[in-house]
Design a protein around this ligand. Structure first.
Ligand SMILES: Cc1cc2nc3c(=O)[nH]c(=O)nc-3n(C[C@H](O)[C@H](O)[C@H](O)COP(=O)(O)OP(=O)(O)OC[C@H]3O[C@@H](n4cnc5c(N)ncnc54)[C@H](O)[C@@H]3O)c2cc1C
Length: 291
């Protein structure tokens, strides 16, 4: 289907974006990379009268390490994939590079933005998982002021957020205490390379303990609290010992949280999580810290 006729506006500054969203109300919709929005317009899932294309707001292209990490609204998946490496950088940057490289294909990564992915709130999306795990905070701005919301507060359900019609997301922040895990691991299982995840997992090993997160399961990513605790108490043995000790508990905990999930699916997610955990343990073993 073709996109229904609509007006396209191209503001050049944050103030202009705010002014336009404020006056348009529910008639307007933010357009970033268009990789998720344009298909939805084609299928007429959404039918805004006006698209506010933020692509010309050059002040929103930065990804900065400054008392944590701040990623602006126009930073693309490709920008993340190519984040310049620096000596002594916090270990999370390597995770973000690796994570970005497995999103879709190069043309999608060149246009799609990190914030667009968070605001699209697709349960199978790759970035929501990472920013839930990193306790990311999204800055929503409107003419009324700035609101900082956690990922839990932002995501209202599948493809739904609590962002008001006059607000837009200017950046996502990760606090200093979260950017430098001792080691990290991730694993994404897809039917074919470049597709959305069938299972996805991130395992972060901090001095304070492990944090194991699953994506592509329900309306939002889930932290397996019991498994994280069990892992924090256990010494790293072999990969086989890890599976023996954690596969069933991970599947059980997931099925408690998502009761209509079949056992075979839960086991697939659990296997995928343990691949991520093993990757983190292996990185720590080989490099002392970080991956
Ligand atoms: C073929 C294909 C394969 C893909 N595979 C994957 C995959 O494997 N993993 C994955 O995670 N994603 C995948 N995607 C989606 C891709 O990552 C998108 O880039 C992303 O979901 C949306 O980013 P965008 O910048 O294109 O946002 P847009 O499509 O422009 O917008 C998406 C939604 O977010 C809103 N929005 C965007 N930016 C803001 C903002 N700053 N403030 C408020 N609202 C905003 C829009 O109004 C819209 O509702 C795929 C897409 C395609 C086309």
């Amino acid at each position: 289907m073709k996109i229904a006729p609509l007006e396209l506006r191209r503001p050049r500054s944050v103030e202009e974006v705010l002014g336009q969203l404020g006056s348009l109300g529910s008639d307007g919709r933010v357009l970033a990379g268009g990789q998720s929005l344009l298909p939805m317009l084609r299928y007429r899932v959404l039918s805004p009268h006006v698209l506010v294309d933020i692509g010309g707001v050059d002040s929103l292209r930065s990804c900065a390490l400054d008392d944590g990490l701040a990623i602006d609204a126009l930073v693309t998946h490709c920008d993340m994939e190519r984040l310049p490496a620096a000596g002594n950088e916090p270990s999370v940057l390597a995770l973000l590079r690796r994570h970005a490289a497995e999103i879709a294909f190069r043309p999608v990564r060149a246009r799609g933005t990190v914030l667009g992915s968070l605001m699209h709130a697709d349960p199978k999306g790759d970035w929501p998982l990472v920013f839930f795990a990193l306790d990311g905070e999204v800055e929503l701005q409107s003419l009324r002021g700035v609101r900082r919301v956690s990922m839990q507060e932002l995501v209202a359900g599948p493809l739904e957020t609590t962002c008001a019609v006059d607000e837009f997301a200017v950046r996502v922040r990760v606090g200093r205490e979260k950017v430098d895990p001792v080691s990290w691991g991730r694993s994404k299982l897809s039917h074919r390379a470049g597709e959305y995840a069938m299972c996805s997992a991130v395992a972060l090993n901090y001095d304070s303990g492990w944090e194991c997160w699953l994506g592509a399961i329900d309306d939002r990513p889930l932290k397996l609290a019991r498994v994280s605790e069990q892992l924090s108490r256990a010494d790293a043995g072999s990969q086989a010992e890890l599976r023996d000790g954690l596969l069933a508990p991970a599947a059980d905990e997931l099925m408690e949280a998502v009761p209509d999930m079949r056992r075979v699916q839960a086991l697939r997610h659990a296997h995928n999580l343990l691949d991520a955990v093993w990757m983190a343990m292996d990185g720590e073993r080989r490099h002392g810290n970080g991956n």
